[in-house]
Design a protein around this ligand. Structure first.
Ligand code: SAM
Length: 222
């Protein structure tokens, strides 16, 4: 089987200058287009970016809303190739944790964090519904389960089994998890996650971003 990272490995051999330029541009508050940022990914990951990965400007808007500090812990549920967490970590002192079901994407995201010399982003390979969400201040949901009901041609790849049942089960499990989180936990959604939040969450902010909305919710009671 062909190594899907061939392209990515080629890029990495010559990537350090490019990654330094991206870092510097963020530090200088220059606008970075998605095409430019996405050059850090291999071609397969880049191809699905406009549908599946959070645009740079959307991550920056979320950071402005959240006002994170060094101690803040953010969990990206379904972190993909790490775009949300990497852009977040390059523009804030908070720690970004990504959990992702596709091992190849986790490997790529961790490698990029290392190549960027980022110490405040890390990624694990797991089913997000099987890990504990209690320890995080912010949970980020960019419609993570939607691939289960998407046309095959729009999916990231065909490696993961999808079904309408999985979509419903994941949403139900997410609702259960959200209802058990500590008061004060913030949830950020982009394109929602398939259902409204439990009643003990209050919508704090809603802004138009990209082709959808960023919503910020806060848990108000147990
Ligand atoms: C829309 S993409 C968002 C990627 C990333 N959060 C970003 O904004 O760049 C959703 C991701 O969730 C992952 N995913 C879906 N269900 C999952 C689950 N149960 N556990 C872990 N990852 C999951 C998919 O593989 C996909 O990479």
């Amino acid at each position: 089987m062909a190594n899907e990272f061939d392209d990515f490995e080629d890029f990495r051999e010559n990537s350090h200058l490019y990654l330094d330029l991206i870092k510097e541009s963020f530090q200088n508050k220059e606008a970075i287009s998605n095409d430019r940022f996405d050059q850090i990914f291999d071609q397969k990951v880049r191809r699905v970016s406009s549908v599946h990965w959070t645009p740079v400007e959307v991550v920056l808007s979320i950071l402005e809303l959240l006002k994170l500090d060094q101690g803040s812990k953010v969990l990206d549920v379904g972190s993909g190739a790490g775009k949300f967490c990497l852009v977040g970590a390059l523009n804030s002192k908070a720690h970004f944790f990504g959990v992702e079901q596709r091992q190849s994407l986790v490997k790529m995201a961790n490698q990029l964090a290392e190549d960027f010399r980022i110490t405040n982003a890390s990624f694990i390979h797991a089913d997000a519904l099987k890990i504990d969400w209690a320890d995080y201040d912010v949970i980020y949901l960019f419609n993570p389960y939607y691939e289960n009901i998407m046309a095959a041609g729009l999916r990231i790849d065909l490696d993961i089994k999808v079904s309408h049942k999985k979509y419903k089960d994941y949403i139900l499990a997410t609702m259960n998890k959200l209802s058990q989180l500590k008061v004060g936990t913030q949830i950020v959604t982009y394109y929602g996650f398939g259902q409204g939040l439990p009643d003990n969450y209050k919508l704090t902010t809603s802004i138009v971003a990209g082709l959808s909305q960023i919503e910020l919710w806060t848990k108000t009671s147990f």
